[in-house]
Design a protein around this ligand. Structure first.
Ligand code: CA2
Length: 188
């Protein structure tokens, strides 16, 4: 984390931007077998390892001053627990549920219950492959789905979710009682 400090109301705060109270927090979840990225099936999933993909996501998150929490699991139950827990302390979710995309009503229900803006990501184009991959239980509870663009899809998801969340933050500030349009923009 680069040493980055924040200026608030004319005072330099003595903690890094990554600990700012109002910093957006996004949980990024990778589903089953994605720990194998870069080792097999490179013609479908590419050559990048999961570690390298996570580093690219972390770099962009730092650029956007967003806190990301990255996790991978082969267990449906663990993914569900992480989605449920995200309700406390996270603003949004990016998820590649991998094969659970096409089978898991439980993950779908967990996302719906968490009520957090969620973006579904797939490395491959699930609509261009076997018939069974076209069905996503996750799409209906997501604000968007990105597929077929490889690892860049995660970065686009992060930018898209960031835009979505900052737009809602701005809207909340504008509609807060006693907040005029000018005041919400920070005008004196
Ligand atoms: O394209 C995607 O990202 C998928 O979510 C990947 C899943 C697949 O079941 C979905 O239909 C689409 C599979 C992940 C398996 O990842 C591997 C990576 C390297 C080697 C073997 C498997």
């Amino acid at each position: 984390m680069p040493p980055c400090w924040t200026l608030s109301r004319g005072i330099f705060l003595a903690y890094p931007v990554c600990e700012q109270k109002d910093m957006l927090r996004i949980r990024v979840l990778h589903g089953p077998n994605l720990n194998l990225l870069g080792t097999r099936e490179q013609s479908i999933y590419g050559t990048l390892s999961l570690g390298a993909l996570d580093s690219a996501i972390t770099n962009l998150a730092e650029e956007l001053a967003v806190k990301v929490d990255l996790r991978q699991s082969n267990s449906e139950s663990e993914l569900i627990t992480w989605i449920q827990e995200a309700r406390k302390g996270y603003d949004g979710i990016i998820i590649n549920p991998a094969a659970y995309t096409h089978t898991s009503i439980a993950i779908r229900d967990a996302i719906a219950a968490a009520g957090l803006p969620t973006v579904e990501v797939h490395l491959s184009n699930i609509h261009q492959r076997e018939e069974f991959r076209r069905r996503s239980y996750i799409a209906e509870v997501s604000i968007g789905q990105i597929c077929g663009l490889g690892p860049i899809g995660y970065l686009l998801a992060l930018r898209g979710l960031y835009d979505h969340l900052t737009a809602s933050q701005r809207q909340k500030k504008m509609s807060a009682p006693g907040t005029s349009r000018r005041a919400a923009k920070g005008a004196r």
